[in-house]
Design a protein around this ligand. Structure first.
Ligand SMILES: [Zn+2]
Length: 73
């Protein structure tokens, strides 16, 4: 537990945001294989949940563009 005193050089896990020991992690740049799996699952899950993404011009996301009606009270 006295290996590294400075943890400012450690990269951060994109999943949990914790410090990643690149030399020790089995699944860089994640801190652990679990985080990698979670990230992968999220990726697939998002693709599954959102069939069409990148079309913000033909969806209901562009509300307020032409219509000025508030639907949320
Ligand atoms: Zn992590």
């Amino acid at each position: 537990m006295d290996s590294s005193g400075r943890r400012t050089k450690l990269p951060r896990c994109p999943m949990c945001g914790g410090p990643v020991d690149i030399k020790a992690t089995p699944a860089p740049p994640f801190c652990s294989a679990r985080c990698q799996q979670i990230d992968l699952g999220r990726w697939l899950g998002e693709k599954h949940s959102v069939p069409h993404v990148a079309s913000s011009n033909d969806g209901e996301e562009s509300r307020g563009d032409g219509h000025g009606e508030l639907d949320e009270s």
